[in-house]
Design a protein around this ligand. Structure first.
Ligand code: PLP
Length: 406
């Protein structure tokens, strides 16, 4: 296709969206048609280095041949039977995820919000069963993000996600990350669980101090409530360990996963141990598509790829290299960069001025995809398959952009 024809095709795609798709996303004017590893190509043939991977979805990279083969073979064999029957893949996937996380039982669904809904339902039922009829409150944290369903926007302690949709779901209490006294105050005999992201991704890679996660575990043990860790964005090896919470040595009662679990095929998982793992019984909870064949086949291939290609160690190694590069920018431009932070391949650059949108756009012009969180934070969640030269390219481009900022 000639470049003019390609531009027309891009415009036609955008026009169709404007006419027929709801306007709940602020989309950038680009149409991606192909991916490979950490690279994407748009409809006009332009190549991009993807430092966002969906939003932490393409952990093993785009179109990984082993994942693609597993999906294609499964699609040609059997796509779906109801969860009224067994399928040969779900049990094996649950076994492997439980082994990697220290959990005992899994429930599969289709997204991060659904995984958190399941965790919330388990916590409420567990509270009533084990601690009495009033025990139903869940403590979550300011700045958190747990999804877009009614219960998970209520768990998400940020008014901007909640305001248009009130009344919210009752039974959520908010505390501040790092403030143990406030958390102590928030927890009562009505509390069935404390729910936290070890790294707040949507708030711009805000890293919860490992000792605070340890203090939550100790408090939960003291009062006898569950600890839920939302690893939807931070899990699946992104931080150099399978779960970000594993850096703190804390073992939660419930872990939620989604995003890169099946490399882009919709899947979420709620994993639990102990009494929490035995809480749901037939009739309590279900999902038509949860744990369906293609998602399980893709997720099993993802785990194989992660293991065989050493992607967790790679995320730790390349992530340190990236962070060193970002920190060098903070050292060079203290009047422009307030902080560089990250764990493994979950990283952010925080600016002094509200220029994140401008920097994101300037990187995109240079063929690099990142994302702006609010107006001062640039977030990077690259596929775990990137290498040091990819980091060099991004840091060099950022250096160039920082030099030209007004
Ligand atoms: N939890 C966390 C920590 C997330 O980052 C997200 C999505 O960004 C979600 C939950 C919701 O996941 P989903 O969009 O798959 O429902």
């Amino acid at each position: 296709m000639g470049s003019e024809a390609a531009e027309t095709a891009t415009q036609q795609t955008m026009d169709l969206y404007d006419a027929h798709v709801m306007g709940n996303y602020r989309r950038l004017p680009v149409v991606f048609v192909r991916g490979e590893g950490a690279r994407l190509w748009d409809a006009e043939g332009r190549e991009y280095l993807d430092f966002l991977s969906g939003i932490a979805v393409a952990g093993v990279g785009h179109a990984h041949p082993r994942v693609a083969r597993a999906i294609a073979e499964q699609a040609a064999t059997l796509l779906h039977v109801s969860n009224l029957y067994y399928n040969p893949l779900q049990g094996e996937l649950a076994r492997r995820l439980n082994a990697l996380t220290g959990m005992e039982k899994a429930f599969f669904c289709n997204s991060g919000a659904e995984a958190n809904e399941c965790a919330i339902k388990i916590a409420r039922k567990w509270g009533k069963q084990h601690r009495g009829p009033e025990c139903h409150e869940i403590v979550t944290f300011h700045g958190s993000f747990h999804g877009r369903t009614m219960a998970t926007i209520t768990a998400t302690a940020q008014p901007k996600y909640q305001a248009p949709f009130t009344p919210l779901v009752p039974g959520f209490v908010y505390a501040t990350v790092g403030d143990l006294a406030e958390l102590d105050e928030a927890i009562s005999e009505r509390t069935c669980a404390v729910m936290i992201e070890p790294i707040q991704g949507e708030s711009g890679v805000q890293i919860v101090p490992p000792e605070f996660l340890g203090a939550i575990r100790a408090l939960c043990d003291e009062v006898g409530c569950l600890m839920i860790v939302d690893e939807v964005q931070s899990g699946m090896g992104r931080t150099g360990k399978f779960l970000a919470s594993q850096h703190s040595g804390v073992l939660p009662d419930i872990v939620t996963l989604a995003k890169s679990i099946a490399a882009g095929v919709p899947m979420g998982a709620c994993l639990a141990r102990g009494d929490a793992a035995a809480t749901l019984v037939p009739g309590d909870h279900a999902s038509t598509f949860g744990g369906q064949y293609i998602a399980c086949a893709s997720a099993l291939a993802v785990l194989d790829v992660m293991e065989d290609e050493g992607l967790m160690d790679r995320a730790a190694r390349v992530g340190s290299y990236l962070l060193a590069g970002l920190r060098s920018l903070a050292d060079e431009w203290p009047e422009r960069v307030a902080e560089a932070r990250g764990v493994g391949l979950m990283a952010a650059l925080q600016f002094v001025a509200p220029c994140a949108g401008e920097v994101r756009a300037a990187l995109m012009e240079r063929g690099i995809l990142v994302n702006a969180v609010g107006d001062r934070i640039l977030r990077m969640l690259p596929p775990l398959v990137i290498d040091e030269s990819d980091c060099d390219r991004v840091v060099a481009a950022l250096r160039e952009v920082l030099a030209t900022l007004a």
